[in-house]
Design a binder for this molecule. Structure first.
Ligand code: HAM
Length: 403
């Protein structure tokens, strides 16, 4: 038997209900915030991710589904959504057009990680990206939108917040940090030794406990922000306070992708095990320029749908539409005909087999239909149909013309 690849899941039945419920809820909220749908290809040039997510990141360094296609192009399956949306934004010349552009998307992402609970190789994200707004109010709006989506799905969370500074304060901080870490070089893990030269701030979220202990006294970026970054961070906290959004400051939150500056945030859940990040994002003011567009401020986030599916509180299922069945073989064609008409306006399921009433009622129950409608010999003779309202528990026989 051929099975699906490791870390790649089928989504069907109950999972599919959760999946679509989440997408529909998040879509409605993103639209309420003025965002528009964007779809970008699953396959992109590898260079796009190398230049945006960053060569030093784990995603680009170790986890890409990368290959040379039949036309000798170096391509890869997208490991995340932001880079493709930025590419599309520039390709459509929206950077030159100016103004504000807000997008949302959802779809499959691919990372060749070691699969475990909550960590897949093909997973799905719901993401939003906003271009053209420099104000930190946009960062706050993003965070509030993510919180709204989680609350609407009945999901509890902790919000972690940090500021990564900008091109003004970050380089100076980086220098201090490198100075601090270099002194520990013979005690820290191999990955951190490499990070010191590739992307020093990534040492701060190293999972190695020895490293974490050693970095406890490391200089903190949050204490070394320039006045613009500090003011923005203070404003952001004030807006969240005013809107009842609780947060924790996590000075080690650096995010696994290289394109961030200023605001960085992550929503985590304490109810799903070690892969606890359910959403993450932040500001990325330099990325558009980095990918050869006109400098454009931007901010966004993405949520991991598979992780959220475990946490969603689904609304109670309501009975909907019709189930139509025949008790007599001769009525099957009529049933098909009636169902075709009903489907123009309502959800309608049918059973092609002639069955007794008890079995049809079972079928209607399984289909979660509101009305169980059955045609037997009597009904066929009289041109009627027997209808039971499974919610109000009433039943009647009505003329087919009135059905
Ligand atoms: P990210 O933090 O890499 O950010 O991913 C966002 C979310 O995707 C994570 O919080 C997690 O829920 C989910 N996720 C990531 N990897 C996996 C995996 N292997 N299996 C299951 N779920 C996973 C980004 O991707 C950025 N593009 C977010 C962003 C948008 N920043 C600005 N705009």
């Amino acid at each position: 038997m051929i099975s699906s690849l490791r870390g790649m899941n089928d989504i069907l039945e109950e999972d599919y209900e959760r999946f679509t419920y989440f997408i529909n809820t998040a879509t409605k909220i993103a639209q309420n915030y003025g965002f528009h749908f964007i779809q970008t290809p699953l396959l992109e040039e590898t260079a796009l991710f190398k230049r945006s997510v960053g060569e030093s990141s784990d995603i680009v360094g170790k986890e890409m589904y990368q290959f040379i296609d039949k036309g000798e192009n170096d391509v890869c399956l997208r490991p995340e959504g932001t880079a493709g949306v930025v590419r599309a934004f520039i390709q459509k010349k929206l950077d030159k057009a100016g103004g504000t552009h807000r997008f949302f998307y959802h779809g499959a992402m691919f990372r060749y990680e070691r699969p475990q609970k909550g960590r897949l190789r093909q997973f799905h994200q719901f993401g939003v990206e906003s271009f053209g707004v420099e104000s930190v109010y946009e960062d706050a709006m993003m965070i509030m939108m993510a919180a709204d989506i989680l609350v609407a799905c009945g999901i509890g969370y902790r919000l972690q917040l940090n500021s990564l500074g900008d091109s003004n304060c970050m380089p100076k901080y980086r220098e201090n940090l490198v100075h601090f870490v270099t002194k520990l070089e013979d005690k820290i893990c191999e990955d951190c030794v490499r990070r010191v030269t590739t992307n020093p701030i990534r040492v701060l979220d190293c999972k190695n406990s020895t490293c974490q202990e050693l970095y406890a006294t490391a200089p903190k970026l949050i204490n070394n922000l320039c006045s613009t970054c500090q003011d923005d961070f203070d404003t952001l906290k004030k807006i969240l306070d005013n809107n009842g959004i609780a947060y924790e400051i996590n000075t080690n939150l650096v995010r696994g992708l290289d394109y961030y500056s200023k605001t960085a945030f992550e929503f985590v859940s304490d109810d799903i095990g070690s892969q606890s990040a359910i959403a993450g994002g932040g500001r990325y003011d330099r990325l558009v320029e980095f990918l050869d567009g006109r400098p454009t401020p931007a901010v966004g986030f993405a949520m991991g749908i598979e992780r959220l599916m475990e946490l969603i509180h689904m609304p109670e299922v309501v009975r909907e539409g019709y189930y139509i069945g025949a008790m007599d073989e001769e009525a099957v064609n009529l049933v098909i005909n009636l169902a075709q008409k009903k489907r123009k306006t309502d959800k309608t399921t049918i059973d092609y087999k002639a069955k007794n009433l008890k079995n049809h009622l079972k079928g209607a129950d399984k289909a979660n239909a509101r009305f169980c409608c059955v045609i037997g010999t009597n009904e066929l003779e009289n041109g009627t149909i027997w209808v039971k309202d499974l919610e109000n528990k009433t039943e009647e026989t009505i003329a087919l013309g009135d059905f």
